[in-house]
Design a protein around this ligand. Structure first.
Ligand SMILES: Cc1ncc(COP(=O)(O)O)c(C=O)c1O
Length: 268
């Protein structure tokens, strides 16, 4: 709750939150310049920073892929000041981008990874992954009623077997197909921008034709899709996200693209 910068509605009514957490804009070198040249010089002593949390691809914020070298530079900043780099793979992890964890696309090694959502194929489970020296805590110091639920853990192990046994390959194949379909739609309809993201973590922005993002159109498309049997979610200001189950097949992708095409034709 203290770390999220997704929507104020999620924090409303939950004060007080953990203090001394500072957010910076996502994914650009300009933002890292601000971190190093403003925050670390004027407001936040870097030697007092415990950790920097980052999504390898921003999820709720709009499926934003960071600029080249952003994550490597962040790693280098963390190393320089002895700050832990925590990569939040709750949305991007577990094979969704064609790698077990999205951070692997950039060859950067974080200190800690957080994982959840796809980790147990829908059963409730979250995990924090790290090195033994960070993860060796006194017994009982991280207790929770439902933590380590055996059924959810068994589902997570089965999920890993499925990912390694072909699902990640399917993700790569189907991701390409989905992006090709969305690219084609963006060529046919001026309101929809070309897709961004990786494999089965993809989003498209909706525009009004005059250079402005169009959340109203996005919402109308989400609504239209729902009534035609296609469940989609928004993200960012005016984007539609595509994060289907990794078992998705060719026919289902063609159906989804056909439904979208039908809606866009009617919106014109
Ligand atoms: C990137 C990211 N981190 C964390 C969360 C929250 O995860 P949980 O509900 O497991 O606390 C979400 C939920 O959407 C998310 O997308």
């Amino acid at each position: 709750m203290s770390l999220t910068a997704s929507k104020v509605v999620q924090r409303a009514g939950f004060r007080s939150l953990v203090p001394a957490i500072t957010h910076i804009p996502y994914g650009t070198h300009a933002s890292l310049d601000y971190l190093e040249q403003q925050l670390f010089l004027a407001m936040v002593p870097p030697q007092e920073v415990a950790a920097i949390f980052v999504e390898p691809i921003e999820g709720e914020g709009g499926y934003i892929v960071p600029e080249d070298e952003f994550l490597a530079r962040l790693r280098e900043i963390c190393d320089r000041y002895g700050i832990l780099m925590v990569v939040d793979e709750v949305q991007s992890g577990m094979g969704r981008t064609g790698r077990l964890f999205a951070i692997e696309h950039w060859g950067v090694m974080p200190d800690i990874i957080t994982s959840a959502k796809g980790i147990a194929s829908g059963l409730p489970l979250g995990a924090i992954l790290s090195r033994p020296e960070l993860m060796t805590w006194a017994p009982g110091s991280h207790a929770t009623t439902f933590g380590g639920n055996p059924v959810a853990c068994a589902a997570a192990l089965a999920t890993l077997d499925l990912l390694e046994g072909g699902l990640m390959k399917n993700t790569t194949k189907m991701g390409k197909l989905l992006q090709a379909g969305l690219t084609k739609l963006s060529e046919q309809f001026s309101q929809i921008y070309p897709p961004r993201g990786r494999r089965l973590m993809v989003a498209v922005d909706l525009w009004d034709g005059e250079g402005n993002l169009n959340p109203k159109l996005r919402n109308s498309i989400l609504h239209g899709a729902f009534h035609r049997g296609l469940l989609l979610l928004g993200c960012g200001k005016a984007a539609i996200r595509f994060c289907p189950p990794l078992v998705i097949d060719k026919e289902q992708i063609h159906t989804a693209i056909a439904i979208l095409k039908n809606i866009l034709s009617q919106e014109q």
